[in-house]
Design a protein around this ligand. Sequence first.
Ligand code: DX5
Ligand code: ZN
Length: 222
Amino acid sequence: MNTIQIAPSILSADLGRLAAQVELVVAGGADMIHIDVMDGRFVPPITFGTNVVTVARRVTDLPLDVHLMVAEPERFIEPFADAGADIFTLHIEATHHVQRHLAAVRERGMRAGIALNPGTPLRDVEEVIRDIDLLLVMSVNPGFGGQAYIPASSAKIARARVLLDDLDSPARLEVDGGISRETIPSAHRAGADTFVAGSAVFSAADPAEEVRELRRRCAVTV
Ligand code: DX5
Ligand code: ZN
């Protein structure tokens, strides 16, 4: 089992104080910073572009975990690599020729991630498991922070764990959406090792402490 990694999502941060907000979660022991890129097409809102990755890169040495919720994400491999992204996660629903694009991500020196919406079956990524460094199981429909964790996600995570283990894949298994003190134990028990949390962290009175608490909740066995 991989070590647990907590990835606060700056979607819910106070962007006017982005540097200070990132420093807070770094102080809490965050393992990476999750950056949600939305284009107004694949999902309704428009959020961040490469400029935000450039700013985050200046603020922290932690890996930048960039989640592309955009149509044809392959158009942005070069710019995000140049901006300093460490992980480039694209949605399987947003592109064709996914195997080629995952290879291009790695060629640019980034780790390659693939994300699945809640309605997308795991079998859609089976043939590219060896081409990825991270599998992202969405536990909400992407587009907005603050949504409720879809309970069926835990069973899907468990099946994803089996899929990765059967192929001896070292890829990380990430879960994103509705992760909180209450929901993280279920996702962890199911086999996730990397946890994105936006509103739970940045709406907390003490974001640094919330990162620590999320990690502690994974250690609780029920
Ligand atoms: C949702 C984004 C998430 C979002 C999670 O589309 O991909 O990363 O920031 O926010 P919470 O943790 O509030 O569900
Ligand atoms: Zn995300």
